[in-house]
Ligand binder design. Structure first.
Ligand code: PGA
Length: 247
């Protein structure tokens, strides 16, 4: 049985004050014990989030990590540093990094290995653009991203995959539960074809304009194990409603 999971991708939002307030609001309510709940603030707010969440049901993740262990890499942050700080998770291959920082599948594969070596559990994001879907290439694109990141390499312990159709991120458009389920089933089959991965035990989250109003129907699909939440994760009441929908 896969434990449901809901992770908040806070992207580049917040200040020390707003992060403190959001965490206070989240920690005031007990989240369902059967759901893993994580928040992923920017690097500079990780330390604050980790100390505030200590001893609570909330775990903390980063939004990226370096491929390198240490060295002359100005501006980068090593996976080991994140683990040492107390991070449990790291989001890798988000479409905003693939597009905005030209991250390739090969680079993402190296980051996955670095994260796993440091003991971080990666949340690997995959998803097609609108044009790719309209061209009938959604499956091929997602399969290529999965293989590019995972094939022929050690499989990270605790790997989570997030299917995030690019056309649904921050747009208010959501994949229908049927569209999402179809792709999640496809992703699970692709994972099963890779050596060394227990596809039936791997959690696959849906991301892209998940809101309290659509979370229940999405999470009710057999291969959707929770969500990676952007905009709605910045509003405590909405995020808590989405977490409740995963229970
Ligand atoms: P969104 O973002 O929920 O704001 O669409 C999801 C994500 O990018 O992870």
């Amino acid at each position: 049985m896969r434990r449901p999971m809901v992770a908040g991708n806070w992207k580049m939002h917040g200040s020390r004050a707003s992060v403190g307030q959001l965490l206070d609001e989240l920690l005031r309510s007990a989240t369902p014990p059967e759901v893993d709940v994580a928040v992923c603030p920017v690097f500079v707010h990780l330390s604050q989030a980790i100390s505030t969440c200590q001893g609570s049901a909330l775990s903390v993740g980063a939004q990226d990590c370096s491929t390198h262990e240490s060295g002359a890499y100005t501006g980068d942050v090593a996976a080991r540093m994140l683990a040492d700080l107390g991070c449990e998770w790291v989001i890798l291959g988000h479409s905003e990094r693939r597009a905005g920082h030209t991250e390739s599948d090969g680079l993402i594969a190296q980051k996955l290995q670095a994260a796993a070596a440091a003991g971080l559990k990666p949340i690997l994001c995959v998803g097609e653009t609108q044009a790719e879907r309209e061209a009938g290439r959604a499956g091929a694109v997602v399969a290529g991203q999965l293989r590019g990141a995972l094939e022929g390499r050690d499989k990270p312990v605790g790997l989570v995959v997030a299917y995030e159709p690019v056309w649904a991120i921050g747009t208010g458009l959501t994949a229908t539960p049927e569209q999402a389920q179809e792709m999640h089933r496809f992703i699970r089959d692709e994972l099963a074809a890779l050596d060394g991965l227990d596809a039936a035990a791997t959690r696959i989250l849906y991301g892209g304009s998940v809101k309290p109003g659509n979370a229940g129907e999405l999470f009710g699909q057999p291969d959707i194990d929770g969500g990676l939440i952007g905009g709605a994760s910045l509003v405590a009441a909405d995020f808590l409603d989405i977490v409740a929908a995963a229970a």
